[in-house]
Design a protein around this ligand. Structure first.
Ligand code: MSP
Length: 519
């Protein structure tokens, strides 16, 4: 389709120094839900994720594991791909920064910056945190009792002195500010945008973009003694994956600039300051949005390996169900804020909202249809005011959900759906179809039809969040695979009275405490 709208979204690429955990799964999950939503809404989507494999931090981790860096990154990168499959992520491409296509793109990017006159040779002396792969000014650091210097992120810094190429970041401050001004939704949420703006207003220093004291990275074109700063390398992945430096490639033309770079709040500065400055200097178009989400804590505590409280998404999914944790992560916390994981809140959401609100609604309605309508979609009669009222809410959902998804307000998107779940439950209680069976069987058929149509809408809209379980729910409603897009929400896709339905089975079990002992 020539005029099909397009949507390109990316996750950060993950450092391969460590096993994947819930924080990594969270960023990609948010993108997965949005990618699925856009596909169902008729977009040609490109969804990119991958691994960040160069730099001192990865080199050190490989060394500590007694492995050659390539062998080490091959193994850890595979863990991230396995997690992505396990989580049912629907990425279209998985990029690794050690791939030849990416090395070529980085070197092309470097040359453009150099030709633009934005790179010069100097020497760097200052503080560097390997954990963050970031340079810090003395004024940003705090000192511990034993004299160590600590970055605001909590990472320890070390003194670095070496020849280095610099990027003239200082020359781009005003242009960045003008860009933020002209594009008020470039950085979301708004509070983050204000942070970035005041950082840039404070004045930018030139950025050291090459290192000479280790080898694990992309060589600077024309000067092999230097390797490119890992963030310049890493950020370039977003454009590598579209075929850059081939600006004539179909993917580049279709998808660049990206619609959304999704990142955690800790790496916003790299994405909202450095990356746009690099792109402006290289005379390339800028992405349309950077969204910074918050961080998860575990039962109130910061998640860290040293505290031993890292949450393994696989373990979590084995306990509660994959779609249950996908739902929980996007429902529990206003997207953008920090959030706390606790087993009790997980169980509350799972039992209260999935098993009770949604699961019971569909199970009640489908079993009444199975018992009282011969297992066939009932034939509705004339609609009452109550029927019209519920259907109006049902039909109004897509616009609301779409509005929130376009601003990455996943929690509001889900709430817009839940308003209808609750309204449908209220309608069941009020209409009491089980009583109508004897009193007014024709009215019962109408009520069950209105409910079945409402459930069809709810399910179609919930597919991006819980693809597997909701897929089963749609199977039970007899909705064919090709009638599950948002275009099919309209009358053309409506359930056909008389169509035979399979035997209903609950898809959202309750969590009972013994389950944890078994699983
Ligand atoms: N390699 C860089 C990104 C380069 S992008 C060009 C990096 N990698 S990372 O593996 O350390 O982090 C990747 C993402 O995971 C970040 O967006 C970070 O915010 C997210 N999370 C890591 N721990 C997290 C939590 N505890 N909670 C939520 N997200 C967190 O940074």
């Amino acid at each position: 389709m020539a005029d099909q709208p397009t949507y390109y979204l990316t996750t950060p690429i993950y450092y391969v120094n460590d096993a994947p955990h819930i924080g990594h799964a969270y960023t990609t999950l948010a993108c997965d839900v949005l990618a699925r939503f856009k596909r169902l809404d008729g977009y040609n989507v490109k969804f990119l994720t991958g691994t960040d494999e160069h730099g001192q931090k990865v080199e050190k981790s490989a060394e500590a594991a007694g492995k050659d860096p390539q062998e080490f990154t091959d193994a850890v990168s595979q863990n991230f791909r396995d997690l992505a499959d396990f989580m049912n992520f629907s990425h279209d491409d998985f990029i690794r920064t050690t791939e030849p296509r990416h090395i070529a793109a980085c070197q092309a990017m470097w040359k453009r910056l150099e030709e633009a006159g934005d790179i010069y040779l100097g020497s760097y002396s200052g503080w560097y945190a390997v954990r963050d792969e970031a340079f810090y000014g003395e004024d940003e650091l705090t000192k511990t009792a034993d004299g160590k210097r600590i970055a605001p992120s909590g990472a320890e810094v070390e003194w670095v002195e070496e020849p280095s190429y610099f990027f003239k970041l200082s020359a781009w401050g005003d242009k960045l500010l003008a860009f933020y001004d002209a594009h008020p939704d470039f950085i979301l949420p708004e509070s983050r945008r204000n942070e970035v703006t005041s950082f840039v207003k404070g004045g930018l220093n030139d950025l050291s973009v090459s290192r000479t004291t280790f080898k694990w990275g992309v060589p600077v074109p024309g000067d092999d003694a230097h390797i490119m700063y890992v963030w310049l390398d890493a950020l370039t992945n977003y454009i590598t994956a579209t075929g850059f430096p081939d600006e004539q490639s179909a993917d580049y033309k279709t998808f660049w600039p990206a619609d959304l770079h999704m990142v955690g709040k800790d790496i916003l500065r790299f994405h909202a300051v450095y990356w746009p400055a690099f792109l402006m200097a290289a005379d390339l178009p800028l992405p349309k949005r950077i969204f910074a989400h918050g961080w998860w804590t575990n039962e109130g505590q910061k998640i860290s390996k040293s505290l031993g409280n890292v949450i393994d998404p696989i373990e979590l999914a084995n306990t509660y169900g994959l779609d249950q944790i996908r739902y929980f992560m996007l429902r529990e916390v206003p997207f953008g804020n920090d959030g706390d994981f606790s087993h009790s809140s997980m169980i509350n959401r799972m039992n209260g909202e999935l098993a009770n609100d949604l699961g019971n609604l569909s199970q009640r309605v489908l079993s009444m249809i199975a018992k009282n309508c011969d297992g066939k979609v009932p034939e509705p009669g004339e609609l009452s005011d109550d029927d019209h009222a519920l259907l109006a809410q049902t039909h109004g959902m897509l616009d609301k959900v779409r509005h929130h998804m376009d601003r990455q307000e996943f929690h509001h998107a889900i709430e817009s759906i839940w308003i209808v779940v609750r309204a449908a439950n209220g309608y069941v209680d009020h209409q009491a179809p089980w009583k109508l069976r004897k009193e007014d069987p024709a009215r019962m058929l109408t009520v069950l039809y209105v409910l079945a149509e409402t459930i069809r809408h709810l399910a179609i809209l919930l597919q991006p969040v819980m693809p597997q379980t909701i897929g089963q729910m749609l199977d039970q409603l007899g909705v064919p695979e090709d009638a599950r897009t948002f275009a099919a929400l309209g009358e053309g896709g409506a359930l056909k009275p008389g169509a035979a339905l399979p035997k209903p089975e609950g898809v959202f079990p309750r969590f009972v405490e013994e389950d944890s002992a078994n699983g």
